[in-house]
Design a protein around this ligand. Structure first.
Ligand code: F6R
Length: 613
């Protein structure tokens, strides 16, 4: 998730770009860059690190006579490590056009190969640079940038918001959008472009949105919008009333809620590029995960902390059930100080949003020393855990700012689902295409579920936010979800919450049941006999006068009868249950913490990245 800004007008271009970038820094910040004009030539300045480091670099170089149009970019690496070479803007071979991009170009490898064969020379390992060379290539038989840009963009597959400027037509910024956000800020004799509204608010509150597949040509005096076929269309101007702080959160009161609601998109991006839509096959090869890796694997260790550990627990259910390889899941802080039985037939999987968690890293190093192959599932490109692994599968969740992890968890689970389906195909030649279709449909289905369930959960939270204790119960693949639900509640609302395997309840925790201790029970009909067993546990709670908040499958009549509160979850596949059941628990924790007036995005005593033991 990167941030883009663009400006065309009479103002000093560099301060406008830097101001916009600063307001987009929350979208990611491993490198940044700007491009503008000096004496009709493009001038680029890029820097690894944060925006202030780019500013220092600009200050050192003191560019005189800098003029608009200009573009700026703050990068959150997806392809290619964070470095100056990989930072945007990117240029073509002639260095007369420059562009910035947010998103993932899925077919960039193919395009890059073709362009190299035609003699183009690349100077980065990004997917983005391909677009610049593709426009250059089209310019060989088109006499204007608009046609070359439109033709180049129509060859791209994937998600993109792209802005381009060129020496050939220095009075325009060319914009294209598909599945990545971009918004145009409309001024008087000047116009602005940004990935998100906060970057525009210091300059204008009048904006125009682009839809997927649309293009725009932005000059000082006007903004022209075109559909995917190049036909001109009218676009109305919207007046923005948000203040800057709420705009950064996309209008949400907290990053946590924003990130909960972003999960359908985060999942979509994690799936994108890993599924060949023609063959319905999962492809990890371009990420370096080759099938040979699994030839010798006799045992898998999944090691992680906190929420990432819960994703690891889900993996055990998925892989042992359908792939048949034993999976041991361990808390990293325990794993590193015991004597795990590891050899060269062991695959060690580290799961970490930040890629910097000290205990997980120590576990990884221990396993590596004992000869295990290391696979990591990380969200932050180029993080230490990622760098020290043999193979990395990145969750494409974008930066997670709220300390309480939400979209990182669901995307970690998605990577594990993909991995388990990949292994089923590899080992048993199983036809998993139907399962893959269900996965592809999941983001849309999750989106409408979130929209439907939010108001109900808000009402439920109003009735329970004053309790002091809560139990979370689940079985099988929903057991880790019960643990995760309890973790979310305790960390952001400071209510004592215990997650338990529902069947284990009668061995102790049942003593806690009383009128003021609600049990949040997760049960899915898709789990068959396990659903029945969880229902019996719910009855045990009820018969001791314990309130039940049931998070259960749509149409679960048995629970309607006994539950004090009912949250109905749409039916889905076994693999996707953790995704659909964790979301209402995230929302419940969030709404309760909000009613208690807690500092949701920065809970007391917690840090986003735990780099010490
Ligand atoms: C809980 C939470 C933490 C992290 C844990 C591991 O909401 O965020 O429990 O999951 O600190 O962090 P990563 O995944 O960065 O290794």
């Amino acid at each position: 998730m990167c941030g883009i800004v663009g400006y065309i007008g009479e103002r000093e271009v560099i301060p406008v770009l830097i101001e916009g970038l600063r307001r987009l820094e929350y979208r990611g910040y491993d490198s940044a860059g700007v491009v503008f004009f000096i004496d009709s030539r493009l001038e680029l300045i890029k820097k690894k690190g944060r925006i202030f480091e780019l500013e220092e670099e600009i200050f050192k170089r003191l560019p005189k006579g800098a003029k608009a149009p200009g573009l700026g970019h703050t990068r959150w690496a997806t392809h290619g490590e964070p470095s100056e070479a990989n930072a945007h803007p990117h240029t073509d071979c002639t260095k007369t056009l420059a562009l910035v991009h947010n998103g993932i170009i899925e077919n960039y490898q193919q395009l890059k190969k073709e362009l190299k064969e035609k003699g183009h020379e690349f100077s980065s390992s990004t997917d983005t640079e391909v677009i610049a060379h593709l426009v250059e290539e089209h310019l060989k038989n088109k006499d204007n940038i608009k046609d070359a840009f439109f033709s180049a963009v129509s060859e791209l597959k994937g998600a993109y918001a792209v802005c381009l400027i060129s020496e050939k037509e220095p009075d325009k910024i060319f914009v294209a959008r598909n599945q990545s956000p971009v918004v145009i800020g409309v001024g008087e004799g000047e116009n602005f472009i940004a990935s998100d509204i906060p970057a525009l608010l210091p300059f204008t509150r009048r904006v125009m949105f682009l839809n997927d597949g649309e293009f725009a040509i932005v000059s000082r005096e006007k903004v022209e919008v075109f559909d995917s076929k190049g036909n001109k269309i009218e676009r109305e101007i919207t007046e923005i009333s948000w203040d800057i702080a709420s705009a950064e959160k996309g209008g949400y009161p907290h990053f946590m809620l924003k990130e909960i609601c972003e999960q359908p998109d985060a999942i979509k991006h994690t799936l994108l590029g890993r599924i060949n839509l023609d063959t319905m096959e999962i492809d990890f090869e371009k990420e370096g995960l080759l099938k040979e890796l699994f030839e010798r694997v006799k045992k898998i260790f999944v090691v992680a902390c906190g929420t990432s550990y819960h994703a690891g627990m889900v993996a055990k259910y998925l892989i042992e059930k359908d792939v048949g390889i034993p999976v041991e899941v361990d808390l990293a802080s325990e794993f590193r100080y015991r004597s795990p039985l590891i050899d060269e037939n062991t695959l060690f999987i580290a799961v970490s949003q930040s890629g910097e968690t000290a205990d997980t890293l120590a576990g990884l190093r221990l396993a590596k020393n004992k000869g295990a192959k290391i696979l990591s599932i990380c969200n932050v490109l180029g993080s230490t855990i990622a760098r020290e692994s043999d193979v990395v599968l990145y969750t494409q969740a974008g930066p997670e700012i709220s300390v309480a992890s939400t979209k990182a968890f669901t995307t970690q689970v998605i990577v594990f689902i993909l991995l388990s389906l990949y292994l089923r195909r590899l080992f048993f030649n199983e036809d998993v295409s139907q399962k893959i279709k269900t996965l592809l449909d999941a983001p849309t289905k999750l989106q409408s579920f979130i929209e439907r369930v939010r108001p109900d959960i808000n009402e439920i939270a109003k009735r329970w936010y004053t309790v002091k204790n809560a139990l979370y119960l689940g079985r099988n693949i929903l057991y880790p979800i019960a643990l995760e639900g309890a973790l979310k509640l305790k960390e952001i609302s400071y209510i004592h919450a215990e997650g338990y395997a529902a069947g284990e309840m009668k061995h102790g925790p049942i003593a806690l049941i009383e009128e003021n201790v609600p049990s949040v029970i997760v049960a899915a009909k898709e789990t068959g006999i396990i659903y029945e067993k969880t229902l019996s546990n719910a009855e045990e709670v009820k018969s001791r006068r314990g309130p039940v908040i049931a998070v259960v499958s749509e149409g679960a009549e048995e629970f309607k009868r006994l539950a004090d509160e009912l949250i109905e979850v749409p039916l889905t596949s076994y693999e996707l249950l953790p995704i659909f059941y964790v979301v209402p628990l995230q929302l419940l924790a969030y709404e309760i913490a909000a009613l208690r007036g807690c500092d949701i995005d920065k809970p007391r005593n917690l840090a986003k990245s735990v780099t010490v033991e």
